[in-house]
Design a protein around this ligand. Sequence first.
Ligand code: ANZ
Ligand code: ZN
Length: 877
Amino acid sequence: MSTRYNARTVEPKWQKIWEERGDFLTRDDAGGKPKYYVLEMFPYPSGRIHMGHVRNYTMGDVIARYRRARGFNVLHPMGWDAFGMPAENAAMEKNVHPKGWTYDNIAAMRSQLKAIGLAIDWSREFATCDPEYYGQEQALFLDMLEAGIVTRKKSMVNWDPVDNTVLANEQVIDGRGWRSGALVERRELTQWFLKISDFADDLLAGLETLERWPEKVRLMQKNWIGRSEGARVFFPLEGKIPNSAEQGAQSRSDAQLEVFTTRPDTLFGASFCALSPHHPLTAELAKDNPALQDFIRKCDQIGTSEEAIETAEKMGFDTGLKARHPFIEGKTLPVYVANFVLMEYGTGAIFACPAHDQRDFDFAKKYGLPIIPVVTPKDHADDAAWMDALVAGDDAFTGDGVAVNSEFLNGLDVTAAKRAAIEKLEAMGLGEGTVNYRLRDWGISRQRYWGCPIPVIHCEACGTLPVPRDQLPVVLPDDVTFDQPGNPLDRHPTWKHVDCPKCGKPARRETDTFDTFVDSSWYFARFTAPNAATPTDKAVADHWLPVDQYIGGIEHAILHLLYSRFFTRAMHRTGHLSLDEPFTGLFTQGMVNHETYRDAEGRWVPPAEVVIETVDGKRIAKHIETGAPIRIGSVEKMSKSKKNTVDPEDIIAKYGADTARWFMLSDSPPERDVQWSDQGAEGAWRFTQRLWRMVSAASETMAPKGAPMPADFGEEALALRRMAHQTLAAATEDFDNLRFNRAVARVYELANAVTGFAPAGDASKWAMREALELLVQIVGPMMPHLAEECWEALGHETPLTATEWPVADKALLVEDSITIAVQVNGKRRDELTIARDADKETVERAALALEKVEKAIDGKPVRKVIVVPGKIVNIVA
Ligand code: ANZ
Ligand code: ZN
């Protein structure tokens, strides 16, 4: 038997055996075994896997293999989130077709993933750009259209002038396109929307049920949904109010301004109203007001992101209109257009109470508007000096307190005052209590080629019509050009020209495609029946869903996960699923980091070009080829921009997949970042060698396979057995709770115990085999190739993939001795460490013999000794 473990030959060997045996092909029904669906977020086929993928998929794989061994029927599929801009960019830059580029990348990444040795059912693989997949997505869309979950409306969109596409708010980061980095502009377009906001309350309530989700993710979703209780208030308007385009500007007596507020209790402190620059009333006022038009333009330059708007200096434009105060007879408020009022929130108009809102405060200071305190802290109730200080200072008071200067509200706390104000508004017919959500409907139209075509047809006579079902899928044309900006589908010579399905006259195909987040919002359901002729096979989906354990990056905490939760509800409503929450357990793994390196000119240098030596205890880096000095920089997330990446293919070629897997699991808790380092990888590699040596060397020192269990074990053999079974029990719990790094630590401990054990005699040889077998089995889900090779070397003909998880012997889990407290007359005097199975008399005798106990008894006669086994001894004297 060779003593050197050669991953390069062993790993492909086992991958082939698993594949030939069909070990990971999942049947929907496996003889009554309970189901377990484990899923990692599917990758975008960029062309190469990175270490983040290795970490993510290794974790999922450990779970899949472990659960399979535990007797579950495991579903562990893989696919490709294959539509999106990078393919089109490649088309533009390298003159390749997005389709060819994508499928080539998939082929490359598939073989890279296979080299990791993942226990995946590859027969279920699909890419979202397969017409079989996106055709079903189109069918889903038509169902949702019929069910009223889809709408088409004009809206302001974030326009990326570089990618020439609309971006979702979530894709705008600091006012820039998430991919292109270009400053985003505002445009008005007619778009398709999924009505996710109809589900806001339910999506919020559902969060409470997701006990196996990270608290952080639930909180992020909660904030994103942004439920605010408040009121709509109508302010009657006075002044010259333009009515409509046809009638021209004229005065209207019934005009009123509707605002949303979360603080109706502060109405008595109102000092102005403000409209969004994009409020319809603003637009009407601007028609014959060039100064206002200028102002609107200035506001637009801030960009569309909420953050940019929040932080920009407050700007206002006085419209000259006046709003009548609902509670104060004869009082009117000036109406401004203000840059900090968003059209997308509430009603796009506000009343402002500067004393109790910071934005309003800043605005009032700038434009010399009144600041009227109407809430004072409880310990300064109605304190005039406190109020003067507030007005003179820089900060609004937003805390809880007591209403003042507010007539019928005076003396009430904020909550009670809100309620009273709403009651009054409702009685007056000037407002009502309402709930507002931050969550907007999801705009899904993208003016791109490489996406799922939206299956509708526009006819001048008949309007917008769904593509007839028998014409699905609407397949993307292959003959497109990328030599100019804009949507290639739109400029395709023939594709969009179709006959109206209703009147038969020439009509126009929709040329927008879906946001790729649509594709990833239901793929987990499709995996349950990837070849079904309908989006799902409901009975099968009902069997497999929900996903028991979903694993992915925290960067998807909001969008992907919220969209998927919404889609599941929408698919429930349209009869494709029977549940609302798709992922019972969610785990967000940390990043993979690496040191950064720069040369003398400050250019980033990849780790593969750097050699590190230790000189006088200091780490010195040099360029491998030139020998030029390299500066070692901070540890950061692996990224192309800092070139601090290592290529999984290189690692696998050098050490084998098991080493990469082991290192990814070992170094830190799975939710934290892990730092990849050569030393770490080498350490992991050395352990693979060590484990193999242990198994190889043990052929002489362990009992033959199948040897009967001896009746008696010596003390040392028993200690090893205890250690092995305790390790098994603890590692089992670690796997259950995804604490992989702890399982790794336990493996090292057990390996040390085995190394330190010198078997002599049959019983200890038997214990030696048992310990080694358990060690290999625990390692199995983490380093599956090495474990299989060891398992085979231990004489097993059935591979580990077909071997059940071992069960720890309970009798060996208990410590052999226990420690119990000893009391004399109810007072604790000492404690006693004694064999767990010691009988009462032995315990009694040992307790009475303790020095401190003897002292406490002080020669008095012992009247009674009460022994509570395993807990306490009480001596009455
Ligand atoms: C008056 C008021 C007085 C307000 C006060 C706050 C404090 P959340 O909690 O996020 O829901 N608001 C309403 N619509 C807005 C819009 N389209 N753009 C910008 N601001 C808007 O915030 C609700 C509060 O934000 C509302 O309550 C409103 O200001 C403002 F002492 O109304 B408040
Ligand atoms: Zn028609």
